[in-house]
Ligand binder design. Sequence first.
Ligand SMILES: [Zn+2]
Length: 451
Amino acid sequence: MKIKFLGATGTVTGSKYLISTKQSKILVDCGLYQGYKNLRVRNWQKFPFDVSTIDAVVLTHAHLDHSGMIPVLYKYGYQGPIYCTDATYELCKLLLPDSGHIQEEEAKFRNKHKLSKHSPALPLYDLATAQESLKLFVPINYQQELQIKDLTIRLNNAGHILGAASVKISHQQKSIIVSGDVGRPNELIMPAPQVLEPCDCLLIESTYGDRLHEKDDSNEKLATIINKTIKNGGSILIPSFAVGRAQTIMFLLSELIKSKKIPKLPIFLDSPMAINASDIYCRFNKEHRLNEQQCKEMGALVEYTREVEESKALANITFPHIIISASGMATGGRVLHHLKRFLPDSRNAVVLVGYQAGGTRGRKLINGDKVIKIFGQDVKAKANIEEIDTLSAHADYNELIEWLKNSENLHPKQIFIVHGEPDAADEFRLHLQQQLGWIATVPDYLSEYTV
Ligand SMILES: [Zn+2]
C-alpha cells in the first residue's frame, strides 16, 4: 500500500490521506483547511489527485476539518460512496449544508462591502451543493468489515465526538491505522477511545503533542469566571464548536446550576446547528455517557435561538447572561457578531474552550492581541479573555501515550505524526521515542510512503 499526505501536515486542519494499491484508491477524510491564509488557499486549489480514480472516501468524524471538502470533491465530479458511522452521517447532514450557507453569506458580505480582491467573491461551495453531496454517504457500524476492492476497512470508536472513529485499512498481510482525532479517557460526555489493534503503520494525531491538559477542575474554573463576571455586571460569551463542545458546555453548566455553584442565569445557545446537534446527541444516547434524563435536563436549561432575529435581539439584553455560539475558533458564524459587541467592554468575559488553531481569532485572543479584525473592522479586545483547555475533546500527549501503551501488541513499524502544528508534532515525536522507543516521522505535505 501507498500513503500520501494531502493535509493535516504541520497543521491541525485539512485532514486528507490518500491510500492506494495497484487496484484501488481511497481517501481517508476530506477536510477543510482553516486558520492561516497560506493553508486556506489550498481549499481553492485543484485536488492533488484525479477525482475520478477514487473508489471510496472514509470519514473519521464529522468536524469540518475532516469532512468540509466533501462538497468540493462532489463538485469536481466524485460520485463514489462516502463511508462513516451513522452518527457522523447525521452530524454531516447538519455541518456540511451549514458550511455551504456560511460561505455563501461570507461571499455576499465581501461583495456588499467590497472586501474581496475577486469580483465577485464566490463561495467555495454553496448550500445546495453541500446538500446534494450528502446522497453519497453510506453509514456503517463500528467494527463492521467493509470490502473496497482489495482493501478491508473497519472503524473503531475514538471517543472525541459522537460518531468519531479510528480507521483500520488492511491489504493482504499489511495494515494501516489512521487514529482520527482521539478523545480523552475521562471526557464528560464521550466514552474513552477504544484501544487499537496491532498494525504495521500508524498515523497518530498530535493536536496536544506538546501540551498536558491542566489538572484543575473545569467546573471550578468556569464557575469562578462566571461568578466574577456577574459581579462585575458583565456577561459571558463562550465561542464553541457546535458539535461536541457545545453539548459538553451545556452539560457542565447544568451541573453547576444544579449544585448551586453558579446562580440560575439566562443561557442562550445561539447556533441552530448546535441546537440540532444537541438533538442528535440525545437521539444517540447509547453512544455516550449521558442518559435520557440528563439530555433532557441539559436542553431544558438553555434557551435556543434559531432565528436570525432572535440572535440579533440578544444584543438588547442588559442583565448578566451566557451566550454559547459557534464557531469555536471564531473563524465564522454568529459568534462573530457577539464578539464584536462583547470584546470592547471590560466587564465581559470571553471563554475559549477548545483548541485554537494558529491564525484564528480565538488564538489571537489567547495570545493577548488587543485588536481583532471582525468583518473588516478593527475591534478593541478589552474583555476578560479566559481559556479552559481541560474541556478539550483531544487527548494530551500523556493520554495519547497511555492509550497506545494500553493497545496490546501494538508495535507499528512505521509511525507518522499528523494533525499537529509543527512544534506539537515534533515534540510528540520525541515523547514517542523516549517513552515507547518508537521512531516516528512527521510527514511533509504531499509526501508519499510505501507501507
Ligand atoms: Zn475533531
